[in-house]
Write a new protein. Sequence first.
Length: 268
Amino acid sequence: MSKDRSTYVVGDVHGHRDALADALRAEGLLDDDENWAGGEDHLWFLGDFVDRGPDGVGAIDLVMRLETEAAEAGGLVQTLLGNHEILLLGMYHFGDEPVPSDFGPRSFARSWEINGGLADDQDRLTGEHIAWLTSRPAGALAGEHLLLHSDTLEYLEWGEDLEGINAGVREILEGRDLEAWWDVWRRMTTRYAFRGPDGEEAAQRLLDQLGGERVVHGHSVIADQLGIHPAQIDGPYLYAGGKALGVDGGLFVGGPCLVVELPFEPED
């Protein structure tokens, strides 16, 4: 008898393709040859495959292949847009074209370089990569979990529900309005909406509008939230009265690649 289907989420990979493969293998989702071994399990990536690490396109290639293999096995591998995917695509389409701004020089090329963009990733991008990345949703529901990349309320600027938000972002990415693209990048870099005394209320506002009982996000490194070294992180961060779960272990700064099974409940 097969085990019940499980659902997992993975936060920001940032070019650490081999560490990702190791973490998935340790969870039994890959075999020794890096093929899908999760059967009917569901695996969600919350974005930010690229920048800051050595092999962003390799991470994308791995996940694209697993998406096909999981579907053939009756499982699911799916991916959300991260702000660094927006940056990668913006660099690809617009390069150093200036963004109209009253705040000094801005361009995707400048932000891409500042934020750890690697020329090797750009050089290896193919039309297939571009089409796949462009088609990723901004958010999704997995059972009672609202999956987003960024811990921000800015998603609500693109629509009143998940369908509207995903359609709104997709329309921008399929167009060539530089200012609209930049607005997506800028809004998705914001963070920490669920911190502090009003954090639970902010998370609940998002849940009430988009669905689910808990927000699950990457983007904000758990160690930064807790004020500790990333090497001390050994699991996700449940906060905002249990309404938010952060899963970015800070892989690019020495933290773990967290593969988190949902629903997550902290140990007593």
